[in-house]
Design a protein around this ligand. Structure first.
Ligand code: PLP
Length: 620
């Protein structure tokens, strides 16, 4: 990338594309700048025997004040002071005070790279001059003041902080975390976007890698000391390409996004001007907020809609499948610059070929957000968006079963000769998506990547490329189908009558149930799933149910038949409560759930069932 005038010193060094892991040479295309003649002679760096640090000066000032109070002024010392002053050894009182004040202010500002700083708001502690964040800290530091007055005491205080296990260092947080661990273990997790990571991923996540700052692309980091982090990130990128069976000459990847929402926004930021047009699936049809969302009254909710113009396409309200004809018509009128496929609750295959055709017709870049199905894509258990799309984004924590974060893949190198595939990004021959997206992620939108996340993602991606992972994804699909047919057998209504992937949408309106009530009853029974709109309608609607998490715990088809029984029992309970307490407001409906006998019976069964299955990464 060319140097950009006006950017801070050396910035371009770390925002350019990653240096190839195959090449031994680091390219640094940062500014070169002349080194001025030294304004401070080197000799002055020798120790100045007359130097006194500011706190010493302050101390002396205080002593002087004390002495002033005393009638007995020590004439000799005064003379000494005068002498020093004459020699220029002492800064006058006002100046010293000014410097101290500046030092104090410095402590209240945070410097950010590029040299600027901004003030930090501190919590004010009543009746205290302290800038520490809490009263407790202030009190503790007072009680330690004796031991802190010696160097050894201070050393001991600092060292005591570093090596305590969580349970000792912070029992409050530890206890909350233990409760959450039990909740995860004893419940049935059916939220389609959730999963359980393995011990190795957790180890990498909770590691010293969080300590390192490493802005920039691997091989081109801003800070020094990144040799191992570079290696880590290169390896993670390499594994990402292997996991999705991608040719590194045709696809590049950035593993730094903090989340998929950030990855999506980086694509828009890199490729569009504010106000340009984006078209994605309507949130009520199963799309995601990060593809654009505004309310019926026109309030722009998602940043995609705040900064760009968004127009949604929808599913057919009779079939639940994407209405490609209407989509094409809308796209031709709206002419989006980015057309997005992929969503949060679509149980069927995406016809990427059709999307490509429409994108080409209206001149749009085709982007797929495969967040939900990325595990299935990697295992080749669903169609691959890589065959048709220019850009593919994903979360890393859903079916992919990695740590919480985002990832973005972009086409690189030569454009295909056949028509389509974005003509206007890059020149006639090559794509330039890589430079634009990498620059948007950093420095435009993010700061330092979370290296602990990148390491954990690399661990997960290594697993993704194994036959065991393929077996896992196959089981996820089998389980979704087993659950679907168990519900269909009992005359439940599923959107599109089934599923091609890991999730299904159960339309509760057919049972006369409200999605909100049912979701809460399930929660009280220790089953987590989420309400969702059906065919673009708002509540009451249905629920989305996914199989990745419980499959990670070892559930197979017959277990999902049991789960179907639990879900139906919960529906019965909801129905009878609603009939009994018809007019009660939702708040009261929720309040009484915990004391309902049927619910506690079902909860006991659910917990007994779940406790039979192993929990990856847990000690029990
Ligand atoms: C399709 C899709 N894209 C993006 C996201 C957002 O992911 P994140 O929470 O990592 O920002 C989700 C999350 O549910 C999603 O389903």
């Amino acid at each position: 990338m060319d140097a950009q005038p006006g950017l801070s010193l050396g910035l371009n060094a770390h925002i350019s594309s990653p240096v190839s892991s195959h090449s031994a040479m680091l390219t640094d295309n940062s500014f070169s700048f002349p080194i001025p003649n030294p304004s401070v002679p080197w000799q002055q760096l020798l120790v100045d025997e007359d130097y006194k640090p500011l706190d010493k000066l302050k101390h002396e000032d205080e002593e002087e004040e004390d002495d002033d109070d005393d009638d007995d002024v020590d004439q000799e010392e005064e003379e000494d002071d005068d002498e020093e002053e004459e020699e220029g050894g002492i800064i006058d009182e006002e100046e010293a005070h000014e410097q101290k004040e500046q030092e104090r202010k410095q402590h209240q500002t945070i410097n950010f790279m590029g040299g600027g700083s901004f003030p930090v708001k501190r919590r004010h502690i009543e009746g205290s001059e302290s800038y520490f964040p809490s009263k407790r800290f202030a009190a503790d530091s007072n009680s330690n003041s004796n031991s802190n007055s010696t160097v050894e005491g201070r050393k001991a205080s600092v060292l005591s902080w570093g090596n305590q296990p969580l349970g000792i260092a912070d029992p409050e947080i530890f206890e909350i975390m233990e409760k959450e661990k039990k909740r995860q273990f004893k419940g049935i997790e059916l939220i389609a976007s959730e999963n359980f990571v393995c011990k190795a991923v957790m180890e990498a996540l909770g590691s010293h890698l969080t300590n390192k700052y490493s802005e920039g692309m691997p091989g081109n980091k801003y800070y020094t000391g990144n040799q191992h982090i570079d290696q880590l990130e290169f390896l993670c990128c390499e594994r990402a390409l292997v996991a999705f069976d991608l040719d590194p000459n045709k696809w590049g990847v950035n593993v730094q996004p903090y989340s998929c929402t950030s990855a999506n926004f980086a694509v828009y930021t890199g490729l569009l001007h504010p106000g340009d047009r984006i078209m994605g699936m309507d949130s009520a049809s199963g799309g995601h907020l990060s593809h654009g969302y505004y309310t019926m009254s026109g309030k722009k909710v998602s940043a995609a809609s705040i900064f760009f113009e968004t127009m949604p396409y929808k599913v057919n309200h009779l079939t639940g499948y994407i209405d490609y004809e209407k989509l094409e018509e809308k796209a031709m009128d709206f002419r989006p610059k980015i057309l997005i496929c992929g969503g949060s609750s679509y149980p069927r295959e995406w016809d990427y070929g059709k999307f490509r055709m429409i994108a080409d017709k209206c001149g749009a870049v085709l982007m797929c957000d495969m967040a939900h199905i990325s595990g299935l894509v990697a295992a080749k258990e669903v169609a691959s968006p890589f065959d048709y799309c220019d850009i593919v984004t994903s979360t890393t924590h859903k079916s992919l079963r990695g740590p919480r974060g985002g990832i973005v893949f972009y086409r690189r190198g030569a454009k295909p000769r056949k028509p389509g595939h974005v003509h206007y990004h890059g020149d006639d021959v090559n794509y330039d998506l890589e430079e634009k997206i990498n620059f948007a992620l950093y420095p435009s939108l993010q700061g330092g990547p979370h290296n602990n996340h990148i390491a954990a993602l690399a661990v997960a991606l290594k697993q993704v490329a194994t036959p065991e992972y393929k077996a896992y994804m196959q089981q996820v699909k089998k389980n979704a189908q087993a659950l679907a047919s168990a519900l269909l057998k009992r005359k439940c209504r599923l959107v599109t009558d089934g599923t091609d992937n890991h999730l299904l949408l159960w339309d509760l309106t057919a049972l006369g149930l409200n999605d909100r009530n049912y979701e809460k009853v399930c929660e009280a029974c220790h089953i987590t799933l989420n309400k969702c709109a059906i065919y673009g309608s708002t509540s009451p609607g249905g629920v989305r149910i996914g199989t990745p998490a419980m499959t990670s715990r070892g559930c197979v088809e017959e277990d999902f038949e049991t789960i179907a029984e639990f879900l139906l029992k919960a529906a019965q309970i909801t129905s009878s409560i609603v009939q009994r307490e018809h007019a009660k407001p939702f708040k009261d409906f929720v309040k009484n759930l915990q004391i309902n006998k049927d619910i506690s019976n079902l909860r006991n069964q659910v917990e007994a069932f779940s406790s039979r299955f192993a929990m990856p990464g847990f000690d029990f």
